[in-house]
Design a protein around this ligand. Structure first.
Ligand SMILES: *Cc1c(COP(=O)(O)O)cnc(C)c1O
Ligand code: SF4
Length: 471
């Protein structure tokens, strides 16, 4: 700068600006919540920072039922709210588990609107009737699993569900068929962390030379003990066909302190990453942040540690109504993740899981958000908005449908490299016009709407094939 001035370029304030000054509020994503924010929660008034940052304290004190919630937040909310939670809990497909960290971040003055409350704590009064086409395992993960908990859908990559617990239970979980404890609504498929099941998975992976890439998920990799991270990592790295491993966890979003205080776990992961690097194999962490409020100064400290160790972190979000379905929330999430050196990788259209119709959005919403997000930041920080095609078609870019009938709310996708056929996504039933909702209530009319959408998709596909230059 000094040089520029003496060279006659004029003082710096004479630099010509083509853009108007930045609106400072657009830089809010850099301001991370710090200090003992948990002291406003009655049960956590006396909790000091060292205890708060102890991941095992967080795990032991997680909220697993409405009575425990009541004992924790006490008079912060009216009695009617508890009754609503208790009734919602009865009807939920997922068990309840919420870390103290999240309880401390929820705005209890506005619990109905709070984006964190919406993701983790059900309230009966806000539930909506399900779309008639919703199922428990909408992605057909079990149908594509040669070994229980190992889904081999795409040619070169597989999803390995190592265990069936998580540090938190999300209302919207796509694996409500297996993850978490049985609920009044759902008796779960068992995917326990048994080494016998793992051995069968390893044997299958070793026998498939086309498999190069394994997603280690669950449940959640946070629940794996350090020695289990080592065992799984070493077994997979030892296979010549395996080139890439991703450990998937929601943990950093719900209990970031584990990356600070569970040194053994992070050391185990780091050792596998380093071992992989020497073998020229990539081992990364995939995480699951959905809202900028989940990212605090504690998260930044935790992610800084991961970054210092040279571990790449990518994020997969779910698009959730009332949580991140506005341009403001989504852009702030993307920018805040980037600020913490996390690459926003995917935003998933909410899967068609039962019991959470209040959380789904339409395909239109996803397409509109994508338009606004692209261009805001680096291309490698720009998430791809995808629909994981119901029925096992795999992930499709949301706006790549063959046909989308916005009236009936049916989007039709094809997946030529994954599976033949048509894959249908249905917009939330309450977002459709009343006469269309009435048609969905009648099975014969349902069939008619579906056939019309598939016929239109087929016609579009044929026209496209005629014009196509690829053979
Ligand atoms: C998402 C997923 C993968 C990984 O897919 P990417 O697009 O490479 O992230 C692998 N297998 C299954 C079954 C999946 O659902
Ligand atoms: S952390 Fe993932 S697997 Fe576990 S409940 Fe949430 S969405 Fe489901």
């Amino acid at each position: 700068m000094e040089n520029l001035v003496t060279l006659g370029a004029g003082p710096p304030d004479a630099v010509q600006h083509l853009k108007p000054p930045v609106d400072p509020t657009t830089l809010d994503y850099r301001e991370l919540l710090d200090g003992p924010f948990w002291h406003k929660i009655p049960a956590y008034k006396e909790i000091d920072e060292a205890t708060w940052l102890d991941w095992s304290w967080q795990a032991r004190n997680s909220i697993t039922n409405p009575a425990k919630l009541l004992a924790t937040i006490q008079d912060l909310v009216p009695k009617a709210f508890y009754d609503d939670v208790a009734a919602g809990f009865q009807r939920a497909p997922m068990a309840l588990r919420v870390s103290p960290y999240l309880i401390g971040l929820i705005d209890w003055e506005r619990p109905y609107e709070d984006p964190l409350r919406r993701q983790f704590i059900p309230v009966a009064s806000r539930l909506l009737p399900d779309h008639p086409k919703l199922t428990l395992d909408s992605l057909h993960e079990q149908a594509d699993a040669p070994v229980p908990g190992l889904t081999h859908r795409y040619p070169d990559k597989a999803l390995f569900l190592t265990l069936d617990t998580c540090p938190v239970y999300c209302r919207f979980c796509t694996r409500s068929y297996a993850v978490g404890l049985d609920t009044d609504e759902v008796e779960k498929v068992s995917l326990k962390a048994t080494e016998d099941r793992w051995e069968r998975a390893f044997a299958y992976i070793a026998q498939r030379p086309e498999l190069e890439d394994i997603v280690v998920s669950g449940g959640d990799s946070y629940q794996l003990k350090a020695r289990q991270i080592t065992l799984i990592g070493e077994r997979l790295l030892a296979m010549p066909n395996i080139r890439r491993i991703r450990f998937a966890t929601k943990g950093p979003a719900v209990m970031p302190m584990k990356l600070i205080s569970d040194v053994e776990w992070l050391d185990a992961l780091t050792a596998i990453v380093e071992k992989g690097r020497k073998l020229h194999k990539e081992v990364v962490l995939h995480t699951h942040f959905n809202h900028p409020n989940e990212i605090t100064a504690i998260t930044k400290r935790a992610l800084d540690k991961v970054f210092e160790r040279g571990i790449i972190v990518r994020n997969q979000s779910v698009l959730i109504r009332g949580v991140n379905d506005t341009v403001g929330a989504m852009v702030k999430l993307v920018k805040r993740l980037g600020h913490c050196q996390v690459h926003p990788y995917y935003v998933y259209l909410h899967d068609m899981v039962m019991g959470v119709e209040d959380l789904r959005t339409s395909v239109q919403t996803a397409c509109d958000l994508e338009r606004h997000v692209r261009g805001v930041t680096a291309g490698f920080h720009t998430p791809t908005f995808v629909c994981d095609a119901p029925g096992g078609g795999g992930k499709r870019v949301v706006h790549s449908f063959e046909h989308y009938d916005r009236q009936t709310g049916i989007a039709v996708y094809t997946a030529p490299s994954v599976k033949p056929g048509y894959f249908l996504y249905y917009d939330p039933i309450d977002t459709l016009a009343p006469d269309i909702q009435a048609r969905w209530a009648d099975p014969a009319q349902q069939q008619e709407m579906i056939e019309a959408a598939v016929a239109a998709a087929r016609a579009a596909q044929q026209a496209n094939a005629r014009a196509s230059t690829i053979r």
